[in-house]
Design a protein around this ligand. Structure first.
Ligand SMILES: *Cc1c(COP(=O)(O)O)cnc(C)c1O
Length: 452
């Protein structure tokens, strides 16, 4: 019988990350310098990123060695367990077999430390003393703060002001690991001061916080910037999730028919899916599903085109699915899934039909979270609950058809800091929200015009 938890030994942690850029049927379009609109050069990035990460960003090598210093920190919680969701299967009365990879066991409670540790390491060996970053809901800020404390780096986190006040315990966690948290917009940067001058009561946004962190990093010699999702090197580091899952499934002679993950910037989706997409590109029949909220439907209703990563247009232009850089999603409870754009790698794979996207409403997502909590016992992050809903939908299709598919989904994090969301759900305060077509058209009308 297949056990409830399929575990690997510490020495079985993969020693290399998988880079899907080596295997893309259609290579990525180059990112562009926001001023000149010419393809980005390594020099353009060197003011805010260390050279090893810039080289990984553009690498087409299939396998990239994980440094020993990074592996030794991964050992604090990796390999993460792969669970067979026997109790959930029983609750659903489905013939499908459901597996989930539990990234909630990391010290920060999500998959984000997989890249935070690597990014802190490469900055450290490049002589950098301090990192600046932004955080919305606080997941990325806590992961980077953990990483900086382990490598002895200073860290400043610009935290969107509304979350700074609404999510005090994520802030406490960031500060406990030793980072400095600044509510954004702040009076510490030109971008922050400009916003405050126009609107002294601004509660901030991810776009503003990115502008503040990038400005901080670009104007200080000892400081670099770190991003928690979207970029190629971030998805590279996250491939450890899928590589471990593949080894764990092989241990019990299993292979997934369907892979499901939630998708905000694309890092946990890419992390679990890319090592399996390697097989799909080479002919294997697998269904790969990225799940997003219908209130921020980037992959399902956005356009595949060049766009900026932030509102202030400081970041490079990337070819991706986007709802427009000034798209502001409504305030729903999955802070990690509110980005207007998506990873260029994930976008290209969706464009090429190697992966598909589904948009789900928040009430159905929370129903799934409740069923999961009450059967498997783990309280999921609202982001991860999108993957749970996606997996449950496939399992219910199997119940209809009688098929015994093997489903693998990524549990990207636990929801212990998201209990306000659960309170609201239990109090009946949550509603569904479909983004109006008009509003999407409006923000798409502001897409940059690129002449290539
Ligand atoms: C940040 C976050 C996400 C969304 O980011 P991706 O880059 O799309 O993975 C999903 N789940 C959790 C728990 C997160 O912290």
């Amino acid at each position: 019988m297949i056990p409830y938890k399929i575990l690997l030994d510490e020495q079985d942690i993969p020693k290399q990350w998988y880079n899907i850029q080596a295997d893309l049927p259609n290579p990525l379009k180059p990112s562009l310098n926001p001023q000149t609109q010419k393809p980005l050069t390594p020099d353009d990035l060197s003011a805010i990123f260390p050279m090893p990460l810039i080289m990984q960003e553009v690498s087409t090598e299939r396998w990239i060695d994980i440094p020993d210093e990074v592996l030794n920190i991964y050992k604090l919680w990796r390999p993460s367990p792969l669970h067979r969701a026997y109790n959930l299967e029983k609750a659903l009365q489905t013939p499908a077999k459901i597996y989930y990879k539990n990234e909630g066991v990391s010290p920060a409670g999500s998959h984000k430390p997989n890249t935070a540790i690597a990014q802190a390491y490469y900055n450290k060996i490049s002589g950098i003393k301090r990192l600046a970053t932004e955080t919305g809901a606080g997941q990325w800020g806590s992961a980077l703060s953990l990483a900086c404390s382990l490598f002895g780096l200073e860290c400043t986190v610009y935290m969107v002001k509304v979350s700074y006040h609404q999510k005090p315990y994520r802030r406490s966690l960031i500060e406990t690991w030793g980072s400095n948290v600044i509510a954004s917009p702040s009076d510490q940067t030109n971008s922050g001061r400009q916003v405050l001058k126009d609107d002294p009561d601004s509660m901030g946004s991810l776009g503003i916080a990115i502008s503040e962190a990038v400005e901080d990093a670009a104007t200080r010699e000892d400081t670099n910037y770190a991003l928690g999702s979207v970029l190629n090197h971030v998805l590279l580091h996250q491939s450890i999730i899928g590589l471990e899952a593949k080894a764990q499934l092989a241990k019990v002679q299993e292979y997934p028919d369907v892979i499901v993950a939630c998708c905000g910037g694309g890092s946990n989706f890419g992390g679990i899916a890319f090592p399996f997409l390697y097989d799909k590109i080479n002919g294997k029949d697998i269904q790969v599903i990225a799940v997003e909220p219908s209130a921020c439907p980037t992959l399902t209703r956005g356009e595949f085109t060049y766009d900026y990563g932030d509102i202030a247009k400081l970041t490079p232009l990337s070819m991706m699915y986007t709802l427009g850089h000034d798209f502001v999603p409504p305030g729903f409870h999955a802070g990690g899934l509110r980005y207007h754009g998506d990873s260029p790698l994930v976008s290209q794979l969706v464009k090429d039909n190697l992966a598909e996207a589904r948009a789900l409403n928040q009430l159905g997502v929370f129903e799934a979270a409740m069923l999961f909590t009450r059967s498997e016992g783990i309280l999921p992050a609202p982001e991860s609950a999108h993957a749970i809903r996606g997996a449950i939908d496939v399992a219910l299709e199997c119940k209809e058809s009688g098929e015994q598919k093997t489903i693998l989904f990524n549990l990207s994090g636990h929801g212990h800091f998201d209990l306000t969301a659960y309170d609201d759900y239990l109090a009946g305060k949550l509603t569904d929200y479909e983004y109006p077509e008009e509003a999407i058209k409006k923000s798409l009308a502001n897409l940059p015009k690129i002449n290539l």
